[in-house]
Design a protein around this ligand. Structure first.
Ligand code: AHM
Ligand code: MG
Length: 335
């Protein structure tokens, strides 16, 4: 019989290793927390698979805090995560793209140690046309009460994340995550309903062949971004780049992680702070990128160093292979 490693087993194995190297006892809290995330994402994936059959496509009729139309699946995905995670005693707060304020639980800080920040259904404008969407999550540790409030705990810099990951709902459903000790991917095996280890210690290639950006916005970018794209196209890095842009961040990022290259969402005249959200889009993907040997900036400085000021704060986001990101820094400045 072929040996498989499920995501739960993998977390336990990693904790055993930590135990050996640090002597610290793993309580199992963290794996219980992650099992809440995997359960919710399996519910979302099941809903997406039958989206055209059940009446779940289209708009739900409301707008979210960003002023965007909520899709029915956005609402479902948000509820699935809130439900599966809210029952876990170790959760102090849940922060979602879809909710204006954090959902907090009045739990003893000793027990309620974690904060989970998530984008329940990223790229949802693609759902009606059967194109990949995803879920992104980031886990933070609550600060001890003498070091900060719950709100301050939510607004910690990205380098303090204890774990981050995403699920891409594509031809297959893949979970990618890091706890700061490498990046691992798991593919959902529909026959057994479990995420099974499919890639270990993933590395982003040193250089890729694609840039990924919404070029319709080019006239509104700072000029250096236009110069940068021209350089890539015209062979400054030794090859003439091609472009790929899906419009689902998780899918565009997943390709960049596997194949290398660069993904950009620069500032525009209409959105001078960029479009993507720091806490539940840029930070988790920046953590994964760095753990895989890639680089993530806002064009000028490291994403994981940005001090968040609000839970729905936006940021320009540039992430990719070291070669492309070096050229970006040389062209756009900073870092
Ligand atoms: P969403 O979280 O509301 O789905 O929006 C985020 C999405 C990202 O997935 C994607 O990278 C970006 O918006 C695409 O934006 P645009 O259509 O402006 O290119
Ligand atoms: Mg979203």
């Amino acid at each position: 019989m072929a040996m498989i490693t499920t995501v739960q087993q993998h977390i336990l194995q990693q904790q055993q290793e930590t135990l050996k190297s640090t002597g610290r006892e793993a309580t199992g809290t963290f794996s219980w927390l992650l099992s809440g995330i995997t359960l919710a994402t399996k519910m979302v994936e099941a809903k997406i698979r039958s989206a055209g059959l059940d009446d779940v496509l289209g708009a739900a009729g409301a707008e979210n805090v960003q002023g965007e139309q909520q899709q029915k699946l956005d609402v479902y995905a948000n509820q699935a995560l809130l439900h599966c995670l809210g029952l876990r005693d170790s959760v102090a707060a849940l922060v979602s793209e879809e909710d204006e304020k954090p959902v907090t639980f009045n739990r003893d800080p000793e027990a309620g140690k974690y904060i989970i920040v998530f984008d329940p259904l990223d790229g949802s404008s693609n759902i009606d046309v059967n194109v990949n969407v995803g879920t992104i999550f980031s886990i933070l540790r609550r600060l001890p009460p003498e070091h900060g409030t719950l709100e301050e705990s939510i607004l910690q810099q990205g380098f303090r994340q204890v774990a981050a990951g995403y699920v891409v709902y594509g031809p297959s459903t893949v979970l990618v995550y890091t706890t700061g000790n490498g990046v691992f991917a798991f593919t959902l095996d529909p026959k057994i309903g479990a995420f099974v280890l499919s890639s270990e210690r993933m590395r982003m290639p040193e250089q890729g062949s694609y840039y990924s950006v919404n070029e319709a916005n080019a006239a509104g970018w700072p000029e250096e971004f236009r110069t940068y794209i021209t350089k890539l196209r015209e062979g400054e890095l030794g090859k003439e780049y091609s472009s790929r842009y899906i419009g689902s961040l998780v899918a565009d990022f997943h390709r960049t992680l596997l194949k290398g290259g660069v993904f950009l969402y620069p500032p525009t005249t209409k959105q001078p702070k960029g479009k993507l959200r720091l806490l539940y889009e840029a930070n988790p993907l920046a953590f994964i990128a760095e753990q895989a040997g890639g680089v993530a900036t806002n064009g000028v400085s490291r994403v994981l160093d940005i001090k968040p000021e609000g839970i729905h704060q936006r940021t320009p986001f540039c992430v990719g292979s070291p070669r492309e990101m070096e050229l970006l820094a040389a062209t756009v400045g900073g870092r």
